[in-house]
Design a protein around this ligand. Structure first.
Ligand code: ATP
Ligand code: MG
Length: 345
């Protein structure tokens, strides 16, 4: 595994001054598959999220964004296994915790919202029932307190008629309403960290903007940290303080949104931001770059982006570039990060 040591805390939005990161992922490796087809979907991921900070994770399809969030929430399933690294949450080692302690942290202190709200809700139970059960079992509320709280929460996420919504089954609600319900359920447990995996991708632009606005308000009001996984550069800039760009199972650039987007220090980030976005997507989502993401079964020694990189040199094939600082809070995993950041567009 390539070491990155000192850059691990580069994602913290208040390094050095405030408390340590709420979530601190170091050199995380996750493997899928068996025997000759085994591969590392994550290959030394470093990511830190400060208390109350919002970070966006950007990257092409298959680069490991969802696997990172599933590893944190313990939802990798039986086919995925953590083979190295650490995940610390609020000072506790998540990978070494007892099942019981882990259950309390995951699902209460860490909330998660997925892209597909319909499959995240039980189709056979009303929204109100599902919310009340969650509040009763996870927050210890009485039946009547849970009923009141569920309505308050539906109201807080901007649902006009909370009573009617509570009596509805998931399929009777629009996509935007369902996503609001999921947000209400996730924040009902008052998590310290909310992970949103492309929660607005399936929604139309107006509803998407409303849901983003809602998440921003909730985050501020509840003092939550947020990890927001997205393909949309505009959304990342809108919602996040920091951004982490992933490529082939690693974070290859991270830092404050403005630094990374205005002065990218990795050729991959630069290519993503500079390439012409798909017109059909309204011009905001990540473009598809020429070439393909490498086969993770046969990972080369050097930089994984090298075959697609305009700047490649012999050194890039021989030696994996560690994620190292380019400025105080901005880090890049490129041997030529100084040159790249100083290049004129
Ligand atoms: N359950 C699984 N079994 C086998 N391989 C998996 C599994 N889940 C993910 N992978 C693989 O792990 C890699 C990372 O996948 P991941 O879902 O994290 O990508 P992503 O960045 O979230 O992509 P997208 O933007 O398409 O959601 C991919 O090669 C994917 O095929
Ligand atoms: Mg994904």
């Amino acid at each position: 595994m390539s070491g990155t040591g000192p850059a691990t805390t580069q994602m913290s939005s208040n390094p050095g001054t405030g408390p340590g990161p709420l979530l601190d992922i170091r050199e995380l490796c996750v493997e899928f598959g068996e025997g000759a087809r085994a591969f590392h979907a994550l290959n030394g991921v470093n990511l830190a999220v400060a208390p109350a900070a919002a970070i966006a994770i950007l990257g092409e399809s298959g680069c490991g964004k969802s696997v990172t969030s599933l590893a944190v929430t313990g939802l990798l399933g039986r086919s995925g296994r953590v083979t190295g690294g650490s995940i610390s949450f609020n000072g506790h080692d998540l990978l070494g915790m007892s099942k019981q302690a882990l259950n309390r942290v995951r699902g209460v202190e860490i909330g998660m919202i997925f892209q597909d709200a319909l499959s995240a809700l039980n189709p056979t139970l009303t929204v109100g029932y599902q919310m009340r059960e969650l509040l009763r079992t996870r927050m210890g509320l009485s039946r009547s307190a849970a009923r009141t709280r569920a309505k308050e929460l539906l109201d807080a996420v901007g649902i006009a008629d909370p009573g009617r919504c509570a009596r509805s089954f998931p399929h009777q609600l629009s996509g935007g309403m369902r996503q609001r319900v999921l947000i209400a359920m996730a924040v009902s447990l008052e998590p310290k960290l909310l992970i949103c995996d492309e929660p607005t991708t399936a929604l139309d632009a107006t509803i998407q903007a409303q849901v983003i606005e809602l998440l921003k308000t909730l985050r501020r009001d509840m003092n939550m940290s947020l990890i927001f996984i997205t393909h949309d550069v505009g959304v990342a800039a809108e919602i996040a303080d920091d951004v982490a760009v992933m490529y082939a199972g690693r974070v290859i650039e991270c830092g404050p949104v403005r630094d990374v987007f205005d002065n990218p220090a990795h050729p991959y980030t630069k290519a993503l931001l500079g390439a012409r976005p798909a017109a059909a997507e309204g011009g905001r989502t990540l473009a598809t770059l020429p070439g393909a993401v490498p086969d993770l079964v046969r990972v080369p020694d050097g930089c994984l982006f090298e075959p697609r990189c305009a700047r490649r040199a012999d050194r890039c094939r021989a030696e994996y570039p560690a994620l190292l600082p380019i400025s105080a809070n901005h880090a890049s995993a490129c041997h030529f990060r100084e040159e790249v950041v100083n290049e004129r567009p």
